[in-house]
Design a protein around this ligand. Structure first.
Ligand code: ADP
Ligand code: MG
Length: 265
């Protein structure tokens, strides 16, 4: 089947008065419909830059991004796939209620139809936030806020979810539960997702495949398909399997080599 997203030979550098900062070097990979891909790499290596290129916020200096086989530069992003972007901070507006926050994307797209209002209410019920829909964000816990941010993202019916370290503001126990819940929601709805994370355990527990990026300018160091025999929903059960240890150790080795080469330069 045709991949939903295909990157071919993508390179990018930032230019400013101080000179050039190469961020991405010759990156190519495909993402299949319904796949959950995690991308890990050293801090500052170019992960967010890569997501910005995929989201169409930056244009690659070299290479091409294809959505469902069509080149974005030729046909425009919105004609091919709808992208939902979720960031590290939830960016909820404090003066709006949770309901008013989660319909924001629909308001901006002029698609706040009765069906979409019903869909948002269903998501609020499904994600256990219905009782909080008239509260302000400051009245919610970090995990609840992050679920609200996910509803806002899902409300626009995205074909592709881009998640840039969305759990890093959460404490470790909440992070484990919220990330497992969110991954379960993404799988159940057969969404395609790309998750950027610093956390190798999170990448192995949640993703179908992990890409490891090198230090800046990022290129792909290693690519690892992940498969478990047991249900993915219980993060602790996954972490107790022998396969988890093997995946984790291998990725740890690749990243540690990358970081030690960073220290020696
Ligand atoms: P990561 O998300 O992996 O931490 P980024 O993609 O944010 O890394 O950044 C990659 C590199 O590009 C970093 O060294 C960063 O300092 C640099 N960079 C990011 N944004 C800009 C910008 N707007 N102008 C100049 N350099 C930038
Ligand atoms: Mg980043």
């Amino acid at each position: 089947m045709q991949p939903i997203l295909s990157l071919q030979d993508i390179s990018y550098a930032y230019h400013n008065l101080k000179g050039e900062t190469p961020a991405l070097s010759d990156i190519s990979f495909d993402v299949s419909q319904g796949e959950f891909l995690a991308i890990v790499g050293p801090s500052g290596c170019g992960k967010s830059t890569l997501l910005s290129i995929i989201a169409g916020l930056l244009s690659p200096e070299e290479g091409t991004v294809y959505y469902r086989g069509k080149c974005v530069a030729d046909c425009g992003l919105n004609d091919t796939v709808k992208i939902g972007y979720m960031l590290q901070r939830d960016h909820l507006f404090e003066w709006r209620t949770i309901y008013q926050n989660v319909i924001l994307g629909l308001e901006l797209n002029h698609t706040l139809t009765p069906e979409n209002r019903d869909y948002v209410l269903k998501l609020l019920r499904d994600y256990d936030l219905y009782a909080f829909k008239d509260k302000k964000p400051s009245e919610l816990s970090g995990g609840m806020r992050q679920r609200a941010a996910l509803i806002r993202t899902m409300a626009i019916h995205p074909d592709l979810l881009l998640l840039d370290e969305p759990f890093s503001a959460l404490d470790s126990q909440t992070r484990l539960n919220v990330s497992a819940d969110i991954a379960q929601i993404i799988r159940q709805t057969n969404k395609t997702a790309i998750l950027i994370t610093h956390d190798l355990s999170e990448a192995v527990t949640l993703a179908d495949r992990v890409l490891v990026l090198s230090r800046r300018p990022a290129c792909i160091k290693c690519e690892m398909p992940i498969c478990f025999d047991i249900d993915r929903h219980d993060p602790m059960a996954i972490r107790n399997t022998a396969e988890y240890q093997l995946y984790f150790n291998h990725l740890w080795e690749v990243l540690t080599n990358e970081q030690s080469s960073l220290r020696s330069t």
